[in-house]
Ligand binder design. Structure first.
Ligand code: BDR
Ligand code: CA
Length: 330
């Protein structure tokens, strides 16, 4: 049975690949997409999410607009912080069509999360691959949400790996630590797919070539990865390749990627000011004993998975054929 999934994204380049993977993979029943601020502003994220579901020929999947900023608001005197330098001004590597396709539903992303969970009690996996603001808002709207879903899988955090915004904080957690803390503290099975595996699962020029040789869905994906590769060459790897990040969370959630090491441990998010703000502190002290069970632990932390998993994601997207929408740039 495919996994019923509600996918929440701050739709930049890797989120786009995650939506494509979820929309195209037979092990996923994609019930809805929510957009959230993060990589880009929420309007751009919503436009990109709509564009992507239509790109995949899945225009019937409802897309709901979510939060425009962090739970606690923007710190006084600061401007919103996005990641245009990573994902391009359009969140599509400055290679998108800019085309507005379809319309968001009337519900907010948090409302959609609650209504989808209530419509399928115990069956839905929430997969959140942006800041956790929408999920925290949904918990506020419906405190019994944890009992209504199968669980939640996030792309976010770092257990042993260094951070990618600060020394210790990963972007999705760092953007809204208060929201992330609410999500980590809620009583539900939480799977954390963090930088421990997503920095080690990369795409290179051979993957882009495979995508470019596919139909127009693959060609578009290859096109938006160009700018993203430049960022990682500059800031992370010293050569043109990129992380896959968000698609890994979708794959772990639907079971198409089985982690090779993923202990269930106690974990919490550091809030408050200071150099550890946004850190995910995971209790890995049991590692020398094969991770014995911990009282009250409900966070499965993915520490190892197949680093070649990008091949499977690329094969799915490259083989998806042609898009029903016009992908010419203006
Ligand atoms: C995460 O932050 C965003 O830039 C990516 O889309 C991914 O979800 C990686 O830290
Ligand atoms: Ca993301």
């Amino acid at each position: 049975m495919p996994t019923k999934m509600l996918l929440d994204c701050d739709t930049g380049v890797d989120d786009t690949m995650a939506i494509l993977y979820a929309a195209l993979h037979p092990d996923v029943e994609l019930l809805g997409v929510g957009s959230v601020w993060g990589n880009v502003d929420v309007e751009t994220a919503t436009r990109n999410s709509l564009h992507t579901v239509h790109l995949a020929g899945r225009g019937e999947v409802p897309v709901a607009r979510g939060a425009a900023g962090p739970l606690a608001g923007w710190p006084a005197g600061t401007d919103p912080v996005y990641a245009f330098h990573v994902h391009g001004d359009d969140g599509q590597g400055n290679a998108g069509t800019g085309r507005a396709v379809g319309r968001a539903v009337a519900e907010t992303a948090a409302e959609q999360m609650v209504s989808v969970a209530k419509a399928h009690p115990g069956e839905v996996e929430i997969v959140a691959v942006g800041p956790l603001t929408n999920v925290a808002l949904a918990l506020g709207l419906c405190p019994e949400l944890p009992a209504l879903v199968r669980g939640i899988t996030i792309m976010g955090g770092a257990a042993n790996a260094p951070g990618n915004v600060t020394e210790v904080a990963e972007a999705n957690i760092w953007h809204d630590p208060e929201a992330a803390a609410a999500v980590f503290n809620a009583d539900w099975p939480l799977t954390m797919v963090g930088l421990d595996v997503t920095m080690r699962t990369t795409l290179d020029e051979s993957h882009r070539a495979t995508l470019a040789a596919g139909g127009t869905i693959g060609q578009y994906t290859s096109r938006i990865l160009d700018f993203y590769f430049d960022f990682f060459a500059r800031e992370a790897f010293g050569e043109r390749r990129s992380c896959l990040h968000d698609a890994l969370a979708v794959a772990v959630a639907c079971g198409s990627l089985e982690p090779t090491l993923a202990p269930t441990v106690n974990a919490h998010v550091v809030v408050g000011e200071g150099p550890t703000r946004g850190q995910t502190v995971c209790d890995l002290r049991g590692m020398y004993m094969g991770f014995p069970a911990q009282e009250g632990a409900h966070c499965r932390v993915v520490l190892e998975s197949d680093p070649a998993f990008g091949d499977a994601v690329v094969a799915l997207i490259a083989g998806a054929g042609d898009a029903a929408i016009d992908l010419e740039q203006p």
